[in-house]
Design a protein around this ligand. Structure first.
Ligand SMILES: [Zn+2]
Ligand SMILES: [Zn+2]
Length: 144
């Protein structure tokens, strides 16, 4: 019996990408843990598929990011993180102590941050806003 195609496989097909086990594993891993680091993704993929080279995972991450299935973010001082929530120009809040990252919707509905006060003639398609602060757990730890 052939198992029904997973969501992940459908996403790959919709992006005209060949469905391969490493691609399914990487996309699945990022879906399961948003804002995952490359190391965490490699670990999850290895749990799934056994031995997979770093290079293979890097290649898949690059292909999926280029295809628009993954968004790569890299807050300063942090390693690159990947997420499957793409195309909505959402922002991130990052904890300065532990590096936890959470999603923040655009502050005013329709991606207003794409309307730069002066676009210098550029066609702008993304605005990267990072809010920095202290997460609730770190704040509690500091208070306790
Ligand atoms: Zn924290
Ligand atoms: Zn996000």
């Amino acid at each position: 019996m052939v198992p029904p195609p997973s969501d992940v496989e459908q996403l790959l097909r919709a992006a005209s990408l060949r469905v391969t086990r490493p691609r399914v594993a990487v996309l699945g891993a990022v879906q399961d843990s948003p804002h995952a680091s490359t190391d965490a993704i490699i670990e999850a993929v290895r749990r799934d598929l056994g031995e997979v080279s770093h290079q293979a995972v890097y290649d898949v991450l690059r292909a999926l990011t280029t295809a628009g299935l993954l968004r790569r973010i890299q807050p300063s001082g942090s390693v690159a993180r990947y997420e499957t929530r793409v195309g909505d120009n959402h922002h991130h809040v990052v904890c300065r102590s532990c590096g936890t990252i959470a999603d923040v919707d655009c502050a005013v509905e329709e991606v207003p941050c794409l309307t730069a006060s002066d676009d210098h003639g550029f066609v702008i398609d993304e605005a990267e806003v990072v809010y920095w602060g202290t997460c609730t757990q770190c704040a509690a730890r500091a208070a306790g």
